[in-house]
Design a protein around this ligand. Structure first.
Ligand code: NAP
Length: 244
C-alpha cells in the first residue's frame, strides 16, 4: 500500500512511536490526524509539525470514541487508515500484596478492548474507501512474555490474534490489516528501564517500508531475531525476555 496521499488517524499520536509515525507520514504527503487524552502533547506535536491535525480522545470512553468518529467523518471523510497505536504498560507482580485492579483494567481496556471497539466503529467508513488499512501496533512481548508485565503481554497477544482473524474476514474487501511488532523502543513508556532501545523514528521508518512492501506482519529491530530464536530455541528466547 502506497503511504502517500492517504488520510490517516493515529491513536496515541502525541508521543513516542505514534508521533514519529505522524511526522514521517505527514512528511510523505499524507493528511495525518492524531489523538490522545492529553491536549498539551497534541498541541506540542502540531506546533512542531503544523500540517498535523488533532482531536483529544480517550479511546476507552464510548462517547469520546463517538465524538472522534463523528469528527473524522465530517472533517476528514477521506480517512482510510486507522492506526491503533495507543497503549500503556505497567510493571507489577501478582505476588505483591497490593491490588493492581486499576492497572489491570487500564491495560486490558486501552491495549485491547478500546482498539477492538474503535475498529468496529471505523470499519463501515473504511469499507466505503477504495483502499484502506487498519494498522495495529502490538509488541514482541505478545509472543515471548516478560515476567512483570503479564497483563500487558496478554493484551498485546489478544490484539495480535484479533488482527490476524480480522485480516481473514476482510480478505475480499479493500481493507488490509497490518501489524507492527516493535521490540524495545525509547519512549515515555519505557523511560528508566531496559537497554539497547531503538528510536521511535527507526520504528516508524521500518513500519512504513513494511506497509509499502505489503508485509502484513512487520517485525522491527530485535523482534526479527527473537521470533527466529523462539522458533528454534524457545526456552532460550523465553529466558532472555523473561526478566528483560
Ligand atoms: N516503547 C516500547 O518499547 C514498545 C515496544 C513495543 C510496542 N510498543 C507499543 O507502541 C505503542 C506506542 O507506545 P510508545 O512506546 O510510543 O509509548 P508512549 O509514548 O507512552 O505512547 C502511548 C500513547 O498512547 C496514548 N494513550 C494512552 N492511553 C490512551 C487512551 N486511553 N486514549 C487515547 N490515547 C491514549 C498516550 O497519550 P495520552 O496519555 O495523552 O492519552 C501516548 O501518546 C503502544 O501500543 C505500545 O504498547 C511500545
Amino acid at each position: 500500500m502506497k503511504m502517500t496521499g492517504q488520510t490517516i488517524l493515529i491513536t496515541g499520536g502525541g508521543s513516542g512511536i505514534g508521533l514519529a509515525l505522524a511526522r514521517d507520514l505527514s512528511a510523505k504527503g499524507n493528511q495525518v490526524i492524531i489523538c490522545g487524552r492529553s491536549e498539551h502533547k497534541l498541541k506540542a506535536a502540531k506546533q512542531a509539525c503544523p500540517q498535523l491535525e488533532y482531536k483529544t480522545c480517550d479511546i476507552t470512553d464510548e462517547s469520546s470514541r463517538r465524538h472522534l468518529s463523528d469528527f473524522i467523518r465530517s472533517e476528514f471523510p477521506a480517512c482510510n487508515v486507522l492506526v491503533n497505536n495507543a497503549g500503556v504498560q505497567y510493571n507489577y507482580l501478582f505476588t505483591d500484596e497490593q491490588s493492581h485492579a486499576a492497572q489491570i483494567q487500564a491495560e486490558i481496556n486501552i491495549n485491547f478492548l478500546a482498539q477492538v471497539k474503535l475498529t468496529e466503529l471505523f470499519l463501515p467508513h473504511l469499507l466505503k474507501q477504495q483502499e484502506a488499512a487498519i494498522i495495529n501496533v502490538t509488541s514482541a512481548l505478545a509472543v515471548v512474555p516478560k515476567e512483570n508485565a503479564a497483563v500487558y503481554c496478554a493484551s498485546k497477544s489478544a490484539l495480535r490474534t484479533f488482527g490476524k482473524a480480522l485480516r481473514y474476514q476482510l480478505e475480499s474487501t479493500p481493507v488490509k490489516v497490518f501489524e507492527i511488532v516493535p521490540a524495545l523502543v525509547e519512549t515515555e513508556m519505557t523511560a528508566g528501564r531496559g537497554r539497547d532501545k531503538i528510536s521511535p523514528e527507526t520504528v516508524s521508518k521500518e513500519a512504513i517500508r513494511g506497509i509499502e512492501a505489503e508485509r502484513y506482519e512487520i517485525r522491527i529491530g530485535k523482534t526479527k531475531v527473537l521470533f527466529a530464536l523462539n522458533r528454534l530455541l524457545p526456552s532460550l528466547a523465553e529466558k532472555i525476555i523473561r526478566r528483560s
